[in-house]
Design a protein around this ligand. Structure first.
Ligand code: C2O
Length: 487
């Protein structure tokens, strides 16, 4: 798409988490009273994304790495992060999925002043929930997150599930040119009006993945974070049955994904337990088959010749609940929220609906482009309840009374997928197209298929003005955002 060039780049063994490929037992432990104080320096730099004969890629990053450093904090501890802005542009940092006080939410204009070039800002908040979260910039994020401003944020349970390794995979896709530089066509009309910016080079922890060494009998906790602007992943671990134990940082009854494919839209997370049931010396593919006819091998699990143990661990894997307020559906107040503004409306025959943002080709694309060029100015494409957000002062789409339960019926009135994210609180996903969900999962983002209706419920217990937006960053930037006020 666009100026993107097919990635030409050879694959290699990739680096997991902080670079530790050692196979020794590695269970997270945190010395009591450990300081959870960090500094994040936001600056332009370069990173080795592809390696080999390719030069480094210019990125915008925290502390010089993409992803930024993985912060690990114990549940209940206070996290303090000093953000230093060494970019010649303003910035803020947002703690995605964490129930922070409103003033710490990192949304420019709505919750804080921008951090000017050369300035410093101190974030500080308690970490009420254990789980897998991440941080990213929240201003023009379609370009800034796309260029590297993001990193993982882990709040550890006091008693974590017993595993041999706890590994974070931050998934992203870059749109790279043939010289390994990031294509500068951010926010172009085609991405904005359609599926968002889908890159041509998928990375794990910002490196081209290839082999991931494992050992028979090993138990892995894999924390998957989708930091891409728009790409959805559908991961299958051939020969293995991963159990999902948390979604968006929140514990869920352990279960295998539907069709054994873990679907992860941006900005979602899934914690999965993978038991290494293969034989020593084996090799198994991890594939991404989300987009129709676009399946590819993401990585291989490669078993060493020596098992770690002869039998699997057989200790329990459910996570303890986080302290979230349970919605009282008997007293819930119901609101409808619809997401609209589809520029391609009318182009979509029945057959297309349901899969429009599979990458497309042919004359349909050309016609759609022509329509969009005619009908669309750069901003104000997508809407929430008929309003396309622009500027920084936003009237709330909804005003909720603190402490009450709300049931929000969300409707995707477009032929594209959207990832609807609410700041400040997690919600239960109750039903999809009137069918109750199996796990009533807690999420901070819900994937809406074209035309889909999803009901979510929450207790409005975190006061403030909270963003409510599509996390396809191009859709957010062009109007699909609103504010939910809890007062
Ligand atoms: Cu991950 Cu409003 O953001």
């Amino acid at each position: 798409m666009g100026t993107a060039v097919k990635s030409v780049i050879s694959r290699r063994t990739f680096v997991a988490g902080s670079g530790d490929l050692a196979l020794a037992a590695l269970t997270p432990s945190w010395p009591a009273g450990a300081a959870s104080r960090y500094t994040l320096v936001a600056a332009a730099g370069s990173a080795l994304l592809v390696g080999g004969e390719y030069p480094k890629t210019s990125v915008w990053s925290y502390n010089g790495t993409v992803p930024g450093p993985e912060h690990r904090v114990r549940q209940g501890e206070r996290l303090r992060v000093t953000v230093e802005n060494r970019l010649d542009d303003e910035t803020t940092v947002r703690w995605h999925g964490v129930c922070v006080p409103n003033a710490m939410d990192g949304v420019p204009h709505l919750t804080q002043k921008l951090i000017a070039p050369g300035e410093v800002f101190d974030y500080g908040f308690d970490c009420p929930d254990a789980g897998t979260f991440w941080y990213h910039r929240h201003q023009c994020s379609f370009e800034h997150v796309g260029r590297g401003f993001y990193g993982p944020l882990i709040f550890e349970e006091p008693e974590p599930v017993a595993v041999d390794r706890d590994v974070t995979w931050v998934l992203d896709d870059c749109r790279l040119l043939a010289d390994a530089s990031i294509s500068g066509d951010f926010g172009n009309m085609m991405d904005t009006g359609m599926a968002g910016r889908i890159g041509n080079t998928v990375t794990i922890n910002s490196r081209l993945p290839d082999t991931f060494p494992v050992r028979a009998g090993e138990r892995l906790r894999l924390r998957l974070i989708n930091a891409a602007n728009a790409r959805i992943f559908g991961l299958k671990f051939e020969g293995h049955q991963p159990q999902i134990i948390a979604l968006d940082g929140q514990p869920v009854e352990p279960h295998a994904a539907e069709g054994d494919r873990i679907v992860l839209g941006p900005p979602m997370r899934a914690d999965v337990i993978v038991e290494m049931t293969g034989a020593p010396g084996g090799r198994f593919r991890v594939i991404d088959s989300f987009y129709r006819d676009r399946e590819y091998r993401l990585a291989d699990f490669v078993y060493s010749d020596w098992p770690l143990r002869d039998d699997l661990r057989n200790t329990a894997i459910p996570l303890p609940d986080n302290p979230l307020a349970e919605p009282d559906l008997g007293t819930a107040e119901r609101h409808e929220v619809s997401f609209g503004g589809d520029m391609t409306g009318g182009m979509m025959g029945a057959g297309m609906r349901g899969g429009t943002d599979d990458m497309m080709n042919g004359g349909m694309m050309g016609e759609m482009m022509r329509r969009m060029m005619r009908g669309m100015s750069h901003e104000g494409v997508w809407t929430v309840n008929g309003v396309s957000a622009s500027g920084h002062v936003m009237e709330p789409t909804l005003t909720l009374v603190r402490g009450r339960t709300y049931l929000l019926a969300l409707h995707n009135d477009t032929a594209w997928r959207h990832r609807i994210h609410l700041h400040g609180q997690s919600f239960r996903v109750l039903s999809r197209n009137s069918r109750p969900t199996r796990h009533r999962e807690w999420q901070d983002t819900v994937l809406l298929a074209p035309d889909e209706r999803v009901e979510i419920a929450l207790v409005a217990d975190n006061p403030g003005d909270w963003m409510f937006h599509c996390h396809i960053l191009e859709h957010q930037a062009s109007g699909m955002m609103g504010v939910v006020r809890v007062a």
